[in-house]
Design a protein around this ligand. Structure first.
Ligand code: KG4
Ligand code: ZN
Length: 364
């Protein structure tokens, strides 16, 4: 059995092929970062047009790399929710059309659940059947949430952000600091040389009155005040106009253009510390509260080196096991989509065919 999976929920066009053991036979990701960089954020209309252009090539490459012919495909899966409506639509229409043409079932996959499942793609990961119950932190550009997973497909949302997602906080903070888009990797790199104690940025709490019904206030997040605090900090410590541009080594070929203002790296490190501190603190609270022996972190922000370090410390202090996705499967990809489908998850068949994309769905 082979499944083809597509992912187009945001700005990555991705396709992957898996076999019945949810082994990934190929995974192709075409990033649109360069397209959106001038706008310092994803422009939905550009993203969906680019998906349309990229998909045939990306799918063809995934099929070729896995040496799969169309007659060997037994199902086609795609992310149907949550994400940018127009981007989801392109991938879902493509996948449904393929399924119809091949006369095979279409499988609808939830993007957040796929991120959770990405931790089981690590070679050293335990079999997913032995890992539950667990607590999952999903941290990406669009989502920040804590979930208790009783089993695959059985979830209880514990907390989520009431405003910006953690990745959004990184991206907006990097923008204020004049760093390249996407901001998460840029701040991560820059913070390496900075002092995280240079400035005490606020660690916002979510009061009960602001907590969405049914969720735990102390497990909810708020990051919107943080960027305002950075804005004021930058007014207090003005940086030269080009300092942001020259501070990003990945995009600055001139080795002489090192960071000229040390406060700049200190601010980035302190800002990152505030985000990571809140994430690690709430994960620890959730792990203790839920009494689980395993917790996982997934999504683009889980690539952050400081966060990975802090989560390892949470595992040590709580005597629990931490599972992280392999770096290549932290950002959006189709391997996690197709692996989840191969594990039996996702709505399939007629019901899935009738399903529309859903930009805002949470956990069931
Ligand atoms: O999971 P993802 O590819 O897309 C969504 O589903 O939203 O996550 C993208 C986010 C961006 O906000 C990006 O800045 C952030 O992940 N990110 C990072 C790092 N690498 C990517 N944030 C912090 N540190 C990183 N190293
Ligand atoms: Zn994602």
């Amino acid at each position: 059995m082979r499944i083809l999976g597509l992912e187009t929920s945001c700005d990555e066009t991705a396709a992957a092929v898996a076999d019945e053991n949810h082994s990934i036979l190929s995974s192709v990701v075409s990033s649109q970062v360069e397209l959106h960089r001038p706008w310092r954020g994803v422009v939905p209309e550009l993203a969906s047009r680019q998906h349309l252009e990229n998909l045939p090539g990306v799918v063809g490459e995934a099929m070729a790399r896995s040496a799969t012919t169309w007659d060997r495909i037994d199902a086609v899966a795609a992310t149907t929710a949550p994400g940018l409506a127009s981007s989801l639509l392109v991938g879902v229409a493509f996948a449904k059309a393929l399924a119809l043409r091949l006369d095979k079932p279409f499988i609808a996959i939830n993007h957040l659940e796929a991120h959770l499942f990405s931790v089981f793609l690590a070679p050293e990961a335990p079999d997913w059947r032995d890992a539950f119950p667990l607590v999952a932190l999903i941290v990406s550009g669009g989502h920040t949430c804590l979930v208790r997973a009783e089993a695959l497909g059985v979830y209880r949302l514990l907390g989520r952000t009431v405003d910006d997602a953690a990745g959004e906080a990184f991206d907006k903070g990097a923008n204020l600091l004049g760093l390249e888009y996407p901001g998460g990797p840029a701040i991560d790199r820059c913070a390496q040389d900075g002092n995280p104690k240079f400035m005490a940025f606020p660690r916002s709490r979510v009061p009960s009155a602001a907590c969405p019904p049914g969720l735990v206030p102390e497990l909810c997040f708020s990051f919107s005040g943080l960027k305002t605090a950075l804005l004021y900090a930058l007014k207090k410590h003005p940086l030269s106009a080009d300092v942001g541009r020259v501070a990003d080594p990945a995009h600055e070929p001139n080795p002489k253009s090192k960071i000229q203002n040390p406060k700049y790296t200190d601010l980035a490190a302190s800002y990152q510390e505030a985000i990571v501190d809140v994430l690690a603190d709430k994960v620890e609270k959730a792990v203790r509260r839920e009494g689980v022996r395993t917790f996982v972190a997934a999504g683009g922000v889980s690539l952050n080196r400081r966060l990975r370090e802090r989560l390892q410390r949470v595992a040590a202090s709580t005597g629990t096991r931490l599972l992280l996705a392999p770096p290549s499967f932290c950002m959006d990809n189709a391997a996690m989509v197709v692996a989840l489908a191969a594990a039996g998850q996702g709505l399939r068949g007629k019901d899935a065919m009738a399903l529309d994309v859903c930009p805002n769905v949470d956990w069931g």
